[in-house]
Design a protein around this ligand. Structure first.
Ligand code: COA
Ligand code: ZN
Length: 306
């Protein structure tokens, strides 16, 4: 068996939050169940944010109540995004065992996304990491727009290195380096991830790529080559960020799973079932869902080769 690479499907959060159509909590649970069935062992199931800011994430508490295996399932590592202490408290009361918080690398992006300066956002992050540690909850600290910001342009690697260092010192379980607008290319990804791995070790890092320029899979490969083994991806390539102009879908989970398996890695994912989950996401959201590989994958399924 090949070396394991872990994929966290963020479609039910990053994917759905940017769809024109708002799904019911029941539909969101149906999508999550299809992902569990397809072998995903980590899923971001929603967020505790201001419902008026992100209507698609209202009712995350109801989603949590109906998750296959329960929120504390030992089979699937469920996480939620929290923007502030209030969100953290709601997540904690719902029995969540892993929270994700996001700080952007630039001032403008923090202001647009969470109405905080970077300093305020980092202070909030420190507090929430502290609360997570006290409560025995894992914390994923995400640095968004890590390569390029839609407002401020190219981001200096030293900023990302310094923020990662602080987040890990505060006790974050892992730092997630995110290309929120899908602007990075493989060389830039390899360079930054390589320097982060040298400093902090690959087990404390993850990557989150968007496929805006079709480079999500190439960027993943570059990060794998730098030693990264944890990735976010979104079923059917659903996604975007409502607060980052130009951000389109996340790299599709099926594209990552296919590339990784061809490169000899083990993901535990059943591609046939994952394609079915992507179709379900497409039907429910009414927007086309599917990665670059989905036509080929479907032909293999028709031929009985998958
Ligand atoms: N969940 C639900 N309600 C919340 C909340 C949360 N996490 N955080 C704050 N609120 C409520 C407050 O209780 C307050 O309610 P009140 O007016 O009845 O007293 C109100 O919202 C305003 O609180 P405030 O702290 O001033 O928040 P804000 O208006 O500055 O909004 C955020 C800040 C971060 C909560 C909001 O902008 C948000 O949720 N953004 C979404 C970010 C996101 O999901 N981005 C995409 C992923 S990266
Ligand atoms: Zn994203």
């Amino acid at each position: 068996m090949g070396e394991r690479v872990f994929i966290n499907d963020v479609g039910p959060r990053d994917g759905l939050q940017n769809q024109a159509k708002v799904l019911t909590p029941e539909q969101r649970v149906q999508l999550i169940s299809a992902l569990v069935d397809a072998g995903l062992t980590a899923i971001e199931v929603g967020s505790f944010v201001l419902p008026s800011a992100v209507p698609a994430m209202a009712g995350t508490d109801k989603v949590i109540e109906a998750l296959p295996g329960g929120i504390a399932s030992s089979q699937v590592y469920y996480s939620v995004l929290v923007p502030n202490q209030k969100g953290f408290q709601l997540a904690q009361s719902a029995g969540v065992r892993c929270v994700e918080m996001v700080v952007a690398s630039t001032e403008t992006m923090n202001t647009e996304n969470i109405r905080r300066t970077t300093e305020q956002a980092m202070a909030g992050c420190e507090q929430m990491i502290g609360l997570s540690k006290e409560g025995g909850i894992d914390s994923l600290a995400c640095i968004s727009t890590a390569w390029e910001c839609p407002f401020e342009g190219l981001v200096d690697a030293d900023i990302v290195i310094k923020m990662s260092d602080q987040m890990l010192n505060w006790g974050a379980t892992r730092v997630v380096i995110a290309d929120t607008i899908g602007a990075a290319g493989p060389d830039a990804v390899h360079e930054l991830m390589n320097s982060l791995v040298q400093r902090f070790g690959a087990e404390h890092l993850a990557c989150h790529f968007h496929d805006t320029r079709g480079m999500g899979v190439a960027n993943t490969y570059a990060a794998v080559s730098a030693g990264i083994r944890h990735f976010d991806a979104s079923v059917g390539g659903l996604g975007g960020c409502p607060f980052a102009p130009g951000a389109t879908g996340n790299v599709a989970t099926e594209d990552l799973a296919l590339m990784l398996s061809q490169a000899g890695y083990e993901t535990g994912i059943d591609l046939k079932k994952l394609v079915a989950a992507a179709d379900l996401a497409g039907e429910m959201t009414g927007s086309p869902a599917g990665g670059h590989s989905s036509r080929w994958l479907k032909r293999q399924i028709e031929k009985g080769a998958l």
